[in-house]
Write a protein that binds this ligand. Structure first.
Ligand SMILES: Cc1cc2nc3c(=O)[nH]c(=O)nc-3n(C[C@H](O)[C@H](O)[C@H](O)COP(=O)(O)OP(=O)(O)OC[C@H]3O[C@@H](n4cnc5c(N)ncnc54)[C@H](O)[C@@H]3O)c2cc1C
Length: 331
């Protein structure tokens, strides 16, 4: 089924004119997939001034970059983006199409997949080319990692979680082609974005943090949560959470780590009052050193971490904060 010319595609995104990190991570991974398949890597980037990001995409591994540099695309427009991507895909016939599991990607990918009548795997944490050249799309589910393939339809489409792949090394000597797309004659008018108001995230972003302190429902209440949050501040760490901690209203959904949340790769992860359920732990598989604080010595979390502290986190954390502050003063 695979044609040697079927390109691998990445639909990239930019925010305020800057390429998003997830897009560069995807280009790095897609380059590897394209090399394995012996096919070109094509990137589609829609948005005002998208032409300006073309060189960076080529230096990151793209062979061809399709840009849509129009005032009409200053904001993400679901129908217009779908129309432009679908019509280009019908022409270029990509074998694989990847998007970031971002607010935009999570909406755009199903719109495009439906129009192209193909399958879509959401929130993948790994992508592998199998011996038969089919894309294996790995997602955490049913308490493990499952593999999904799309053997019949093309393109094989996936959204990919942030932070699971590395940004590629830039090669400024790479050459590639930039092609400016045209706007369709009839602009879809069903939905039009007229403004995007971004909420500024508080604290250190989880995805890029070198230390992550995460709390679970074992924090017990808002006061207990405040102690976990204070530890994060003391260590200049990003604050993460399990789903029940988010559901309890102690923190925002943006803090959730795991299968339906964020992937993190800190040098140090401290998990307090959480049980080590797979749906949470899948988000920290890239952490270098892991520490857990749990009042139950038999908790499964202790089998998964490098260091364990058996204690009530509400008692232990204030003592730890004092010790760290003393150390920081002395340092
Ligand atoms: C489809 C699906 C997707 C999901 N996605 C996610 C996800 O992305 N992220 C996520 O986190 N969860 C996710 N979940 C939920 C997940 O299955 C678990 O329910 C959740 O991770 C457990 O959170 P927890 O460890 O805080 O709570 P629990 O499992 O209840 O563990 C609480 C722990 O705290 C300990 N404890 C209690 N009191 C104290 C104390 N005072 N001091 C110290 N320790 C204490 C207990 O011994 C216990 O081990 C998902 C579930 C489903 C079905």
């Amino acid at each position: 089924m695979e044609n040697i010319n079927d390109p691998v595609w990445v639909v990239a995104e930019q925010t305020g004119g800057d390429l998003r990190t997830i897009s560069l991570q995807l280009v790095g991974k897609a380059r590897q997939l394209a090399d394995q398949l012996g096919t070109p890597l094509e990137v589609v980037l829609l948005g005002k001034n998208s032409n300006l990001n073309s060189d960076l995409l080529i230096a990151s591994g793209a062979d061809t970059v399709f840009t849509g540099d129009f005032a009409e695309l200053a904001f993400y427009q679901p129908d217009l983006y779908t129309e432009m991507i679908v019509s280009l895909a019908k022409n270029r016939k990509p074998g694989i199409m990847l998007m970031g599991s971002t607010d935009i990607g999570r909406e755009l990918a199903p719109l495009v997949a439906a129009r192209l009548q193909t399958g879509l795997t959401a929130h993948c944490i790994d992508l592998v080319i199998a011996g038969n050249k089919i894309l294996e799309q790995k997602i955490p589910a049913y308490g493990g990692l499952i593999t999904i393939t799309c053997p019949q339809k093309r393109p094989q489409m996936a959204t990919v979680a942030k932070g699971v792949f590395q940004k590629p090394e830039l090669d400024r000597n790479r050459t590639g082609t930039t092609i400016s797309l045209d706007l369709p004659d009839d602009l879809p008018e069903r939905i039009r974005t007229i403004e995007i108001i971004r909420e500024e995230p508080e604290g250190i972003p989880l995805e890029s943090a070198s230390i992550v302190v995460a709390g679970g429902v074992g924090a017990c209440d808002a006061e207990g949560w405040h102690k976990i949050s204070a530890l994060a501040k003391t260590l200049k760490a990003a604050l993460g959470a399990t789903r029940p901690a988010v559901d309890a209203g102690w923190t925002e959904l943006e803090s959730m780590i795991g299968q339906s949340g964020k992937m993190v790769s800190p040098d140090l992860y401290i998990g307090a009052g959480l049980s080590g359920e797979q749906q949470h732990m899948v988000g920290i598989t890239n952490a270098k050193i892991m520490v857990a604080v749990n009042n139950d010595a038999g908790s499964p979390v202790f089998e998964q971490v490098d260091y364990g502290v058996v204690d009530d986190c509400r008692e232990f954390i204030p003592v730890l904060i004092d010790k760290i502050k003393q150390y920081q003063k002395g340092a």
